[in-house]
Design a binder for this molecule. Structure first.
Ligand code: PMP
Ligand code: GLU
Length: 382
C-alpha cells in the first residue's frame, strides 16, 4: 500500500539542528570523536535542587494528570517570574507545555490560518518557519545579516513589510542563532508597527537569562503590547532542563481559551512531577543560573579571540550561547565538510535563512571549543 501524506507535513523538512546533532551522535557511536557544536543544549547538569524536587515529587505520588493548563502552584510561580520582567499576567493567562516548542506550536496553530502572513527576522530559529508552514502561513522575511544581526538599523524594512494583512510577527531576543539582543528602540519600533497594523507578536524569551552586559527587555511590557503579545519561555536553556520538556506561553485569556483546546486534545498536560520541579527551578536557582551565564560569557570571549587569531571577525553576540561564523562558499557544503573531515559539527546558516555562515553552539567546555577551532584550522576550514 502507498500511504498518502498530508500537504502540511510534506511542506516541511526535519529540524536541521536536530538532524545534525543526530548525525554527530551516529558518528560518535561509530567511534569517531566529534566536537559537537551543533545543538543548542547547555552542557551543565540540571541544578541538583531541581533534580531533588523532581524526585521528591515522584516519591510524593505526583504521577497523575494535572489540570490541562498546568498545576496552579507552577502557574503562580510563572506569573511571579513574568511580573519581575515587567509583564502583567494572571494564572488564567498561562498554559504550561512540554517544552517551549510545544508552546510555540500551539500559538502558531491558534493564530495562523491558510495564507496568513507570518513575518520572521532572519536568521530565525529553524522551527519558526516549519511551524508557520504547518499552519498554512505564508512567510515574509527580513534580513538582519547586513546590520550585525541587529533589528534597529532595519526597522524601515520591517515597516515596509508589515501591513494590515500581517497576522503574526516573531521576535526572539536574545536570538537563536545570532545571539543578538535587540535594543529597546528596536522593540519600540516593533510595538509601533504592531499597534498601527493590529498585529499579534510572539516574543520568544527562552534565552532571557543568558545576556552579557546588556539587559533583555520583554516586549509585552511595552505600552500597547500587553494585549497583542504572546510571551514564550521555557526551562531548557536557563536551568539546563532540555530533557525534562517544560515551557509555557502567556497571552490574553481569549487566546488561552483557544490554544487550551489544542493543548487538551494533544498533550493533555505537561508531566506532573516535572511541573513540580519547575517551581523549584523558578524559585531557587539564582546561583546556578549565574554560574552558567558566566561560563557562557567566558567561552564567548575565548571563541571571539581564537577566531580573531585566525583573522576572522565574528559578530560578537550579546546573549544566548550561539555565534555565527562567516564561512567561505556554500555554507551547507562547509558544514558537511567540517563534520566529515574535521569532525566538528555545526549548523549551516541557510537553515536559519542566512547563508554564508555556520552557527556554533558554545554550550561545550573551553577545552572542546579550543579543540574544535584547532581542528577547523588544521583541516583548512578557517
Ligand atoms: N525557542 C528557541 C529560540 C529555541 O532555540 C528553542 C530550543 N529548542 C526553543 C524555543 C524550544 O526549546 P524547548 O522546547 O526545549 O523548550
Ligand atoms: N533550539 C536548539 C537548537 O537550535 C535545540 C534544537 C531544536 O530544538 O531545534 O539547537
Amino acid at each position: 500500500m502507498t500511504m498518502q501524506f498530508t500537504d502540511r507535513v510534506e511542506r516541511v523538512e526535519p529540524s536541521a539542528t536536530l538532524a545534525i546533532s543526530n548525525l554527530a551522535s551516529k558518528l560518535e557511536a561509530d567511534g569517531v570523536d566529534v566536537v559537537d557544536l551543533s545543538v543548542g543544549e547547555p552542557d551543565f547538569p540540571t541544578p541538583e535542587n531541581v533534580v531533588e524536587a523532581g524526585k521528591a515529587a515522584l516519591d510524593a505520588g505526583h504521577t497523575g494528570y494535572t489540570p490541562s493548563n498546568g498545576v496552579p502552584e507552577l502557574k503562580e510561580a510563572i506569573v511571579g517570574k513574568l511580573e519581575a520582567d515587567g509583564l502583567d499576567y494572571t494564572t488564567d493567562e498561562v498554559i504550561v507545555t512540554p517544552g517551549g516548542k510545544q508552546a510555540l506550536y500551539e500559538t502558531f496553530q491558534t493564530l495562523v490560518d491558510d495564507g496568513d502572513e507570518v513575518v520572521l527576522l532572519d536568521p530565525a530559529w529553524v522551527s519558526y518557519e516549519a511551524m508557520a508552514k504547518l499552519a498554512g502561513g505564508s512567510l515574509s522575511r527580513i534580513d538582519l545579516s547586513e546590520s550585525a544581526f541587529q533589528l534597529e538599523p532595519v526597522l524601515d524594512e520591517l515597516a515596509a513589510t508589515v501591513s494590515d494583512d500581517t497576522e503574526l510577527l516573531v521576535i526572539n531576543s536574545p536570538s537563536n542563532p545570532s545571539g543578538a539582543v535587540f535594543t529597546d528602540a528596536a522593540l519600540e519600533g516593533v510595538r509601533d508597527l504592531a499597534v498601527d497594523h493590529d498585529v499579534t507578536v510572539i516574543s520568544d524569551e527562552i534565552y532571557d537569562t543568558v545576556t552579557y552586559g546588556v539587559e533583555q527587555t520583554s516586549l509585552g511590557a511595552l505600552d500597547g503590547m500587553g494585549d497583542r503579545t504572546v510571551t514564550i519561555n521555557g526551562f531548557s536553556k536557563a536551568y539546563s532542563m532540555t530533557g525534562w520538556r517544560l515551557g509555557y506561553l502567556a497571552a490574553p485569556e481569549s487566546l488561552i481559551e483557544q490554544a487550551g483546546k489544542l493543548h487538551s486534545h494533544s498533550v493533555s498536560c505537561a508531566a506532573n512531577f516535572v511541573q513540580r520541579a519547575g517551581i523549584e527551578a523558578l524559585e531557587n536557582t539564582e546561583e546556578s543560573v549565574a554560574e552558567m551565564r558566566n561560563a557562557f560569557e567566558s567561552r564567548r570571549d575565548m571563541l571571539v579571540e581564537l577566531f580573531a587569531e585566525h583573522g576572522i571577525d565574528v559578530p560578537v553576540p550579546d546573549g544566548a550561547f550561539y555565534m555565527m561564523l562567516p564561512v567561505d562558499g556554500d555554507d551547507q557544503a562547509w558544514c558537511e565538510g567540517a563534520i566529515e573531515e574535521a569532525h566538528v559539527a555545526t549548523v549551516p546558516g541557510s537553515a536559519f535563512g542566512t547563508p554564508g555562515y555556520a552557527r556554533l553552539s558554545y554550550a561545550a567546555s573551553e577545552e572542546r571549543l579550543r579543540e574544535g577551532v584547532e581542528r577547523l584550522a588544521d583541516a583548512g576550514y578557517i
